[in-house]
Design a binder for this molecule. Sequence first.
Ligand SMILES: Nc1ncnc2c1ncn2[C@@H]1O[C@H](COP(=O)(O)OP(=O)(O)OP(=O)(O)O)[C@@H](O)[C@H]1O
Ligand SMILES: [Mg+2]
Length: 527
Amino acid sequence: MTKVIAEELAKKQRAISVSEFFTKNRHLLGFDSPTRALLMTVKEAVDNSLDACLEMKILPEIKVILKEITESRFNIVVEDNGPGIIKQQIPNIFAKLLYGSKFHSLKQSRGQQGLGISMSVLYSQLTTGKATKIISKISPNKPAHYYELQIDTKNNEPKILKDQTVDWDKDHGTKIELEIEGKYLKGRQSVDEYIKQTAMANPYAQITYLNPQKEKQVYKRVTEILPKEAREIKPHPHGIELGNFIKMMHDTTSNTLSGFLQKDFSRIGAGTAEAVLKEAKLQGNNPRKLDDKETEKLFNTLQKTQIMSPPTDCLSPIGFELLEQSLKKQLEAEYYVSITRKPDVYRGNPFLIECAIAYGGNIPQDSTLRLVRFANKVPLLYQQGGCAITESVLDTNWKPYGLQQSGSNMPVGPAVLVVHMASVWVPFTSESKEAVAHYPEIIKEIKLALQECGRKLGLYIRKNIRAKEQREKAGLFENYIPELASSISNLSGDNKSEIENDLKKILKKHIKNILGENEDENQQVRE
Ligand SMILES: Nc1ncnc2c1ncn2[C@@H]1O[C@H](COP(=O)(O)OP(=O)(O)OP(=O)(O)O)[C@@H](O)[C@H]1O
Ligand SMILES: [Mg+2]
């Protein structure tokens, strides 16, 4: 009987292609509601465009057009002036899941997984049955290639419906056009907000955006200077797991253990390699000829050896000055403060935290603090509750910094808080890349950044509130001057209006002293 059941079960076993998997699990990639799907599709295309432009050191010029076909169906066009994509790669990039150039490199970029844009193509195909249209050109002297693509989900391979050479009035770049089931809404998690925040975190990019209501927004670049190039780095020995270490030993092009350690990892020079191998008693071996015991010994010795932290020039922050400038462009606040922390390391991966606060002005008084999160310059609009950035904000005591807070709730006050994490590998909690995982090293750094900004904010608020109170007290005293002058005049017999004038002069001098003193202090806070 059991044999029959086992044989029946055996007939049902078969491999599942990654496209079939994500067809059923589209929520894992953030395509779980029509509103979110619209945002994800735009986001995947725009993030790719920004990555591609930076890769070739091109100042990005990106156009995004959303057209409403029916209330629940949209046409999306994203066009960039990036380097373009060679003809042979176009079908795989857009119509094969888990295909990309970024997954295998440790480099700060928006894309990581090789899933983003092909998932949008799959979603379009699933919800509208339409093909995705791509046009791409790599140089003024070469023709542009036009493709209409779908995904063969059973095999996770591209299905080419059209493949043509066309004229395109552009030197180089890529344009993608998709039709999807979606829903357009305004608000904190909208495409409008995503574009606005993307412009804030990428001040060197020019983004033109036409929303379904035909409202056009042009986000002009704040700077013509491209950010420092994010360098690719090798894995750090302390951030690697045994399984990966074994795989690297098999794949290495080096024929000696010393060469393998020096070439395939960061921060291992000849001296360190020699010391590690001596300690593990493994000199001169070929990395592919080590048995299990020797491999583990080498791995454990590496973990125990003191090795310099990985290089941090692989990180490309927004920069606190530009972050503040972008905030000023988008918000009319009374006070701004911003900082960029020094890089740190989690599981062998370098990362850094930046933070900015805008306070007062037009920001609503009695609302909870508005948190704006970024990872590698990409706005994170969903899953705020499950993000390490949010946890760090809630874990910080904001009262000393002049905001109200009850328990570990979001603080209350007229403030917008921006937090950016830049890393060669952002540890997201899921493939939809919306929340940062809760690594203690990351939370600690975010909290330190919040405290640094918070202290400056607190100083500003204290000084200003004190000045305001003193001004109010002085105003109150002025109302009593005529009465006081008349009593003094009755007692002393001096002229009442002269006493009144003297008292006014004293008050004026006092107010001037207070204001002068506070202006100086405020100036210091700003500096
Ligand atoms: N507009 C573009 N211009 C040039 N190259 C592009 C463009 N869009 C995508 N690519 C290339 O296609 C690859 C696949 O893109 P895709 O969005 O699927 O994955 P990714 O960006 O590598 O990672 P993620 O899944 O995290 O977005 C990219 O790695 C990039 O090399
Ligand atoms: Mg991508």
